[in-house]
Write a protein that binds this ligand. Structure first.
Ligand code: APR
Length: 307
């Protein structure tokens, strides 16, 4: 499969590297507006092939037409956060960028599955859906795998267990109102509540909620990119290999969880057709209330764009 990454910055270039190292594509294209930069990074990546052991055509371009024939397009173009900024502060600028990129995808890669990474994620994914006019299952946002990975990291540290044994789900919007679900969190099958006291779990939940901002504050220029790119690649792998993994993704809701006409973080089955099924979890009243509050925040942002 040919995979295009739009935006060859921190997240985009690291995603391309991970895709190449996992050999998930026959051809990888990097597209960016900065002249020479995607070409330079693509050449550098291609020259890593003989050492890293991959044999993949990797090219860079400033022309959106280079994405033609792509099975998957990953969209990372847009501004990242600076310290003190929320993801929503990026709304207007990134909406203009995403509108342009989505028109190009519609024109040049009309059969592709699109994975959106640009923030504010839920709104940008919805905007991509609207501008491309693609079936909703072919537009997917990356947020839940990343948020869950952060949450799993903190749980593993607190329990003193391997991250591999921590299973968890984080639902809702990718932002301060994300909804981690302690009731669906376990370590090697042992419910989290049997391993940690409630106040410790609450502290871990809060740290996961602010996981992105914690990194922005440390980096000072730019935002996280190692874990975000790893999360994208896990989603791509499930699609390319038709693995049907159930991963938390930002997907279109048409009535599920009592929510309509928005993109929102829910467990999804990912296969060769994109989102093939949305899994509806049983939630308690507090979780339901948190999820609906989170949806309200996303809907308010969608309303700001007037799409
Ligand atoms: N078309 C293509 N590329 C573009 C466009 C455009 N219209 N506008 C901007 N870009 C490019 C920039 O030139 C830059 O190289 O997008 C790239 C973004 O890269 P970084 O600034 O390094 O940002 P990054 O850390 O990769 O984050 C990208 O993902 O996680 C989110 O919040 C983050 O919205 C941000 C996005």
């Amino acid at each position: 499969m040919k995979i295009t990454v739009v935006g060859a910055g921190q997240v985009g270039a690291t995603t391309a590297l991970r895709l190449a190292e996992k050999q998930l594509a026959r051809e990888i294209v990097l597209i960016d507006i900065v002249e020479g930069m995607p070409q330079g990074k693509a050449l550098d990546l291609a020259e890593s092939g003989p050492i890293s052991g991959y044999d993949i055509k990797i090219t860079g371009s400033n022309d959106y037409a280079a994405m033609a024939g792509s099975g998957i397009v990953i969209v990372t173009s847009g501004l990242p956060r600076k310290p003190g900024m929320s993801r929503d502060d990026l709304l207007k600028t990134n909406a203009d960028i995403i509108t342009g990129v989505s028109k190009a995808i519609k024109e040049h890669a009309p059969d592709s599955i699109v994975i959106t990474v640009t923030n504010p994620l839920d709104v940008m994914t919805y905007l991509t859906y609207k501008v491309t006019g693609f079936p909703s299952g072919r537009i997917i946002g990356m947020a839940g795998v990343l948020d869950t990975a952060r949450y799993r990291t903190f749980i593993a540290e607190a329990v003193g267990a391997s991250v591999k044994d921590v299973q968890a789900f984080v639902l809702g919007g990718h932002g301060d109102s994300m909804v981690p679900l302690p009731s669906y969190t376990s370590v090697a099958g042992i419910p989290l509540a049997e391993l940690l006291p409630a106040d410790t779990i609450e502290a871990l939940v809060n740290r996961a909620r602010n996981g992105g901002a914690e990194i922005v504050a440390l980096l000072k220029t730019g935002s996280a990119f190692y874990a975000p790119s790893a999360a994208v690649v896990e989603m791509v792998e499930s699609i390319v290999k038709d693995q049907k993994r159930i991963l938390p993704c930002t997907a279109f809701l048409g009535g599920q969880y009592g929510l309509n006409e928005l993109y929102f973080g829910v467990p999804c089955k990912l296969g060769k057709n994109g989102v093939e099924q949305i899994m509806e979890l049983k939630l308690d009243d507090a979780e339901k209330a948190a999820l609906h509050q989170s949806a309200q925040d996303v809907l308010e942002n969608i309303a700001k764009l007037a799409i």
